[in-house]
Design a protein. Structure first.
Length: 354
């Protein structure tokens, strides 16, 4: 049993905690919070042991009536792996503490690649051995890596060009923007996303440009990939359909954007309406010669969650990548299969017994 702690119980941390707790081969020892807010209450309501992330704030939890099991140092001494889910940049400040306790650590994509021994994506990373730390690449990089890896294996990627329309902030981030505007972010091309893809797919040429929009739901990618061998649109659709962490949105499903995607996820029982998969519009997949075009949406709150679970196993076990992905997918229910996926018409349903 792998003993895991999560440092930071925010947007990503609470989802990673739930995912770890769902794994038969993992034990969630506890999670940390910096202050006794609604998130701390939520952790306790989930039955998770709560630790104070900052020693001198421990008393504030007691004063608020929220019991803690100790501080971050106590958690580090009780786990085999710590998953750092702190805000971008804070992971770098946490690293010396993890190293002082000799605790292997997983960081998020908001940190620079040099923070860890290797950057990680379950679909695209090469073999990783003898690492004491990993950095799970960002939500956008995760989505691009899941897409480009199978395309490169099947056809060879000559060059990928991606325009990313990024959400202005997560639903709870009321202080972020822009408001009533769409801005280049950054104005320079390429954006950091292409080089980040090369942290896990070093041989794939990819250029990225990014915009930020006043939305909170998901990121949208407009993708053009020049392949080395000419595919058909039908063959690409089948290739992507076989990827367990890609959801090929059926053409006749009536799903026209992030809002309906999140609604669909909630209706099929996903916690928080989460989409762990790349969401690729089936009808957007088109081919002109060796040029492939498609649109995909990436749920920035969720798509890195299964990757964090696989990163834990990579650090703590000798389980193969394929076996880890299969275990994670089964425990979480990763892999959407719409009833409309086959030919645009719903499969026969069992009528309700009235």
């Amino acid at each position: 049993m792998i003993r895991v702690g999560v440092n930071g119980y925010g947007t990503i941390g609470k989802r990673v905690a739930d995912a770890v707790a769902a794994q038969p081969d993992m034990e969630l020892v506890g999670v940390t919070k910096t202050s006794p807010d609604y998130g701390a209450e939520g952790a306790l309501r989930h039955g998770y042991d709560l630790y104070a992330a900052i020693d001198d704030r421990a008393a504030a939890f007691d004063e608020a009536g929220l019991a803690t099991a100790g501080t971050l140092g106590d958690l580090l001494d009780a786990v085999d792996v710590i998953v750092d889910c702190a805000p971008a940049g804070v992971g770098e400040r946490n690293r010396p503490t993890y190293e002082a306790h000799g605790t292997p650590a997983i960081y998020q994509g908001g940190e620079d690649a040099g923070i860890a021994d290797a950057s990680f994506n379950a679909r695209a990373s090469g073999t990783i051995r003898d690492a004491d730390s990993l950095r799970v690449v960002s939500c956008n990089t995760t989505g691009l890596s899941r897409l480009l890896a199978p395309l490169d294996e099947a056809y060879g990627v000559e060059k990928a060009r991606v325009t990313l329309v990024r959400r202005g902030g997560d639903p709870s981030e009321t202080g972020r923007g822009p408001i009533n505007d769409v801005v280049p972010d950054p104005a320079a091309v390429p954006s950091h996303h292409g080089p980040d893809v090369n942290a896990v797919l070093p041989d794939v040429t990819v250029d990225t440009a990014a915009l930020k929009a006043p939305v909170t739901g998901m990121h949208t990618h407009s993708v053009n990939v020049t392949l080395e061998r000419e595919p058909t649109a039908a063959a690409v659709r089948e290739l992507l359909r076989a990827e367990t962490r890609v959801f090929l949105i059926p053409e006749h499903a009536g799903i026209d954007g992030a809002g309906t995607l999140k609604d669909y996820a909630a209706d099929v029982g996903r916690p928080r309406g989460d989409l762990w998969e790349n969401c690729v519009w089936e009808e957007s997949v088109s081919v002109q010669g060796r040029d492939l075009y498609l649109f995909q949406n990436i749920h920035q709150e969720a798509d890195v969650v299964p990757e964090n679970v696989d990163a834990v196993r990579t650090l703590a076990t000798d389980v193969s990548r394929e076996e880890s992905v299969a275990r994670t997918n089964e425990a979480l229910g990763v892999g959407l299969d719409s009833l409309l996926s086959d030919d645009g018409s719903a499969r026969g349903q069992v009528p309700a017994d009235d």
